[in-house]
Design a protein around this ligand. Structure first.
Ligand SMILES: Nc1nc2c(ncn2[C@@H]2O[C@H](COP(=O)(O)OP(=O)(O)OP(=O)(O)O)[C@@H](O)[C@H]2O)c(=O)[nH]1
Ligand SMILES: [Mg+2]
Ligand SMILES: [Zn+2]
Length: 300
């Protein structure tokens, strides 16, 4: 049975791109069985097995949804490989707590983070370098972009190739601008070209995957930024800070929260200037937030 990827779903119809024949998109319905309670509802990004009902009209039927790597309810999408966490050096000033939370979410969902520092043309005080330095300890890739430096997008293109990437970040940081540059340069002409022309003119209402010439997909979604606190416990928070790794297990107290205990190896790193102080302070803030949530778990 042929295999495909759902590019989008609207009103019970799904556009399925064949995995072998990348020029053909089948419009598919789903077998009634998926409508039953507890059955999976197909999502954009799903890998499926489908049956061809009419090959000239490209009509098919989704028979099976393959095991997902990850999936989200808001936005409804599955199998994200990479999340571009976009911030601007200024206007708006970066919400680094949001960025930190998005990075945690990535790690809980087996998603590679890609940190994008945008609007570097507006940078007059070396903010971009400071942000880059703040995240260098994470080991996650950081790229600097500006819409006035087209060549900066080439570096982004390289990172997008071969993965399914979604974009997240505060309103106004430049996500649509970046997506438009990608659409303009690297998106396959096949499929629904009218969709492509609509880009940038309207706010995104449906989640949709677009195939890159070089392989891989980018996902245009509304609202990947409205995560609240990631679903992790205060006790496990430390493992989502790669820059803490060298210190973990070396504190005087087992179960050290690295917030106020004496002889804390994480604090030592901070004192030695090996941690970004602001990012450490946000860790402490988030730890307290998660602990409070835990302590109040039986209250309403
Ligand atoms: N100076 C400068 N402005 C930029 C850059 N990238 C985007 N902008 C501008 O920033 C504004 C917001 O950009 P958008 O791409 O709409 O931002 P967005 O992240 O999609 O915002 P939402 O859709 O509200 O989430 C627009 O006026 C863009 O022209 C850049 O690299 N430099
Ligand atoms: Mg936008
Ligand atoms: Zn500690």
């Amino acid at each position: 049975m042929p295999e495909g990827i759902i590019l989008k779903g609207i009103g019970g119809f799904y556009e399925v791109l064949d995995k072998e024949d990348l020029d053909t998109v089948y419009t598919c319905k789903v077998r009634g069985v998926y409508r039953k309670e507890g059955e999976l509802t197909p999502l954009p990004g799903d890998h499926v097995n489908y049956k061809i009902l009419n090959s000239t009209k490209c009509v098919g039927h989704i028979e099976q949804i393959r095991k997902r790597k990850n999936s989200f309810v808001r936005p409804p999408v599955a199998n994200i490989d990479q999340l571009a966490v976009v911030m601007a050096v200024t206007s708006p000033s970066p919400d680094l707590m949001l960025a930190d939370k998005l990075l945690i979410t990535c790690q809980t969902q087996d998603i590679k983070p890609l940190i994008i520092i945008n609007k570097t043309d507006l940078d007059q005080e070396g903010l971009a370098e400071r942000l880059q330095a703040a995240y260098s300890g994470t080991g996650f890739p950081v790229i600097l972009l500006s819409k006035f430096r087209q060549e900066s997008y080439d570096c982004l293109h390289e990172k997008l190739t071969g993965c399914t990437t979604a974009f997240a970040g505060q309103s106004g940081v430049g996500k649509s601008t970046i997506l438009n540059a990608v659409f303009h340069n690297w998106i396959m002409e096949t499929g629904d070209i009218s969709d492509r022309i609509q880009r940038g003119k309207h706010t995104t209402r449906h989640v949709q995957l677009f195939r890159l010439n070089s392989g891989g997909f980018i996902v245009d979604t509304p609202g990947f930024s409205s995560f609240s606190v990631p679903d992790v416990s205060h006790e496990s928070l430390e493992i989502f800070y790669p820059e803490f790794y060298d210190a973990l297990g070396k504190c005087r107290f087992t179960g050290c929260s690295h917030t106020s205990e004496p002889d804390c190896a994480v604090k030592d790193l901070l004192d030695k200037g090996q941690l970004d102080e602001d990012r450490y302070n946000r860790y402490v803030e988030l730890y307290k937030e998660l602990k409070e949530k835990y302590d109040n778990r039986y209250r309403r």
